[in-house]
Design a protein around this ligand. Structure first.
Ligand code: ADP
Ligand code: ADP
Ligand code: MG
Length: 679
């Protein structure tokens, strides 16, 4: 075995590889870009070398910089992880030339599978079933169009050099072909520098099922069962599981044999995955699968295979790379129970899964156990940058059967807390809770089919969420008053009383919130009256009692409508995030005092404090308003500013409407002093 291993990658996979290396007593050498200097994978290493600026092209994808790091560190072996240079034959050759062992297949095997066109030809010759299609060199658009016609629509145009779901176009009729071809070629050229395409029959309602294979340099090749990766968005996997539900032993054997034949056909060594497209959402037919491609590396979703086989695939990779035989024969590899993985991404499902960047101000994962595994490269306080893949973590659960595993997944997602950045956590929880997923109705269109359930319209904060937020604020105000009472000389002033009754000199307080989940959120006013050691809240749909106490770490223990609740409250400026079972909401405190300050008020004229856009007007001429009442919402500098009434009065005139662009200092409304009642 090796004494040292350089990991030419970052993030969760670098951390995951480091864990096995460390367990085996191998010295771990990390590499990092500028953006990753303080990252978890660097912290977990024995030595770390800087390989360049943040953009991947200048660091993790720069072969020269990496080879230099390999030479400088004297690493005996190099693990490429997945993505980046993991399927780059030139890199594998350069590593060998630098005197280190590449933990991966021989460069020739990488090359054979790097082109989908080439791979299909080799696989066809090896007797592996292929999707009916065209995979020839002739790229004349007329020839391609004729091929599509003879295959029969719908077809899928794919970039031969493609990956990560890019460079693909589904074509439903001959009329759309030309445009789709242009699009696929353009994407392939910019993404992969090669616009060769192939055409395949588009399999309707298919499943993506793949086999994990392993081969060594002693002519042994085995499979470690299959994974179902049908839950995809934009042709990219989001949820994976092993074994694949509904696959019969006959089909498993047939797919395993085909996968091993594929590996043998290209002289494979190490870990690989043979991806199949499987016809019919619930097929158990042993002949209903077709070869799609082979990934010549460790796969993102390898943990589900590890969970059911009890094997460490990174250890297997190192064993094979060290020239030793595979640890087990096929008949010694057994599958036990069921495992599911979800990929937690910094992305916004409601905006077409747009990647998000930002700092994770709060991050809690479920406690690891034999049932729960969390692979991550990110700690609380770290940032997801624009430079790399926005995956935050993989959460994997295991149990003896699928429904128990799924139950554990729901629990694990419930126990995951994130603040500071938008993620797909609620979306993953919705998949895990969906009856169709529970019934294993898996197909690659699952997310699209069920998008209305999985990506619900933003739901406004519930009564319970509002009550908890209000309680947290009220307790905070009380605590501040109490601490001021302790430090200020005049501790007997009624303003500093600890008792909520006297808190603001009167028996009532009104809190104003806006809801971050709602675009153009109206201001929600919640009146609170101290009562019975708690507060009576006048919520949008009637009043209710709430009481409770706040722990030092943001834990709020509350009683609302007679139920006991426990949530976490996170503060970030004027934002308040409520996290807990059934809650993940960000509310923003609309502080009357602060808003008034930012408002220019001259003789009853309320003017815009900065240039912006009016997004909502909550007042009309003639309305009686009270101090602190929200009058309108202004969007400026990417933030929403709530304009509140600076004093009691009557709206004389409204000079703007929702949608208006307003200049700095422009008059928005005018306010008159209230007329004396008996005037
Ligand atoms: P898998 O089947 O393992 O999900 P993908 O082809 O979807 O395979 O991508 C594998 C991994 O490679 C992704 O999870 C991602 O981290 C990485 N990857 C995908 N596209 C890119 C890219 N353009 N640049 C760098 N890494 C990428
Ligand atoms: P990539 O290299 O981008 O991973 P793949 O060939 O593995 O490309 O295909 C990615 C995904 O596209 C598959 O998991 C599947 O959902 C879908 N797909 C691929 N080929 C077909 C096909 N012939 N019919 C229907 N869907 C397909
Ligand atoms: Mg693929």
């Amino acid at each position: 075995m090796f004494d040292s291993l350089l990991i030419a990658n970052r993030g969760e996979i670098a951390c995951r590889i480091a864990a096995t290396a460390r367990r085996l007593g191998i010295r771990v050498i990390a590499v990092y870009s500028d953006a990753d200097a303080e990252s978890r994978h660097v912290a977990l290493s024995d030595a770390a070398l800087h390989i360049g600026p943040s953009p991947a092209r200048e660091s993790y994808l720069d072969i020269d910089h990496l080879i230099d790091a390999i030479r400088r560190s004297g690493a005996q072996a190099v693990h490429p992880g997945y993505g980046f240079l993991s399927e780059n034959a030139e890199f594998a050759e350069a590593v060998a030339a630098a005197g280190a062992v590449f933990v991966g297949p021989p460069p020739a095997a990488i090359r054979a599978m790097g082109s989908k066109v080439n791979a299909k030809r080799i696989m066809g010759a090896a007797g592996v079933p292929l999707v009916p299609g065209y995979h020839e060199d002739d790229q004349d658009p007329a020839v391609l169009a004729a091929a599509a016609e003879s295959i029969g629509f719908p077809v899928l145009i794919k970039a031969s050099a493609g990956g990560g779901g890019r460079g693909m176009r589904r074509v439903d009729s001959a009329g759309e072909f030309e445009k789709a071809l242009e699009g696929a070629k353009r994407e392939a050229m910019t993404g992969f520098g090669d616009d060769t395409v192939l055409i395949e029959k588009f399999v309707t309602q298919p499943r993506h099922i793949e086999m994990q294979v392993f081969a060594d340099s002693h002519d042994n090749a085995v499979h470690l069962f299959e994974r179902d990766c049908s839950i995809q968005r934009r042709h990219q996997k989001v949820v994976e599981e092993a074994p694949a539900p509904g696959v019969t032993p006959a089909m498993r054997t047939a797919m395993g044999d085909a996968a091993i034949a594929a590996a043998r056909a290209i002289g494979y060594e190490g870990a690989g995955t043979v991806e199949f497209i499987v016809e019919g959402a619930k097929t158990g037919r042993s002949d209903g699968f077709y070869f799609m491609e082979m990934n010549t590396r460790l796969q993102v979703e390898h943990p589900v295979s590890e969970m059911i086989t009890g094997q460490d695939l990174v250890e297997w990779q190192l064993t094979v790379a060290a020239g030793k035989p595979l640890p087990l024969r096929q008949d010694q590899i057994a599958a036990n129970g069921h495992a599911i993985e979800v990929r937690l991404y910094a992305e916004n499902p409601a905006r077409n899964f747009m990647p998000q960047t930002g700092r994770l101000s709060h991050l809690r994962f479920p406690e690891p156990s034999p049932h729960i595994r969390v692979d991550t490269g990110i700690r609380e306080g770290d940032s997801v940058s624009m430079y790399y893949d926005p995956m935050i973590a993989k959460i994997v659960t295991w149990d003896t059967d699928r429904s128990a595993t799924l139950r554990r997944m729901r629990g694990a997602l419930m126990a995951t807390e994130i603040a500071g950045i938008t993620t797909n956590l609620p979306f993953l929880a919705a998949i895990a809770a969906h009856p169709a997923f529970g019934a294993a109705e898996l197909e690659t269109g699952f997310i699209e089919t069920h998008s209305a359930d999985l990506i619900p319209e933003a739901t406004p904060a519930s009564r319970e969420t509002l009550a908890l937020a209000a309680l947290a604020e009220l307790l905070n105000i009380a605590a501040e008053a109490a601490s001021r009472a302790g430090t200020v000389a005049d501790a007997h002033s009624p303003w500093h009383a600890r008792n909520g009754w006297q808190l603001s000199g009167c028996s009532e307080t009104t809190l104003h919130f806006t809801d971050d989940a709602i675009r153009k959120s109206p201001v929600i006013a919640i009146r609170a009256r101290p009562e019975d050691g708690g507060y009576r809240l006048f919520l949008p749909e009637g009043d209710a009692m709430v009481r409770g106490e706040m722990g030092s770490t943001g834990a709020l223990l509350a009683e609302f409508d007679g139920a006991r609740l426990s949530v976490t409250i996170l503060r970030d400026g004027d934002a308040l995030q409520i996290i807990g079972p059934g809650h993940n909401h960000r509310l923003r405190r609309a502080d009357p005092a602060a808003a008034t300050e930012s408002l220019a008020v001259t003789g009853g004229r309320i003017t815009a404090p900065m240039p912006g856009r009016v997004i909502a007007v909550h007042a009309a001429a003639g309305d009686k308003v009270r101090t602190g009442q929200a009058l309108l919402v202004l969007e400026a500098m990417k933030m929403e500013h709530i304009v509140l009434a600076p004093g009691d009065g009557v709206i004389a005139q409204v000079r703007c409407a929702a949608g208006d662009q307003v200049a700095d200092g422009e008059e928005l409304l005018s306010l008159e002093k209230p007329q004396p009642a008996n005037a």
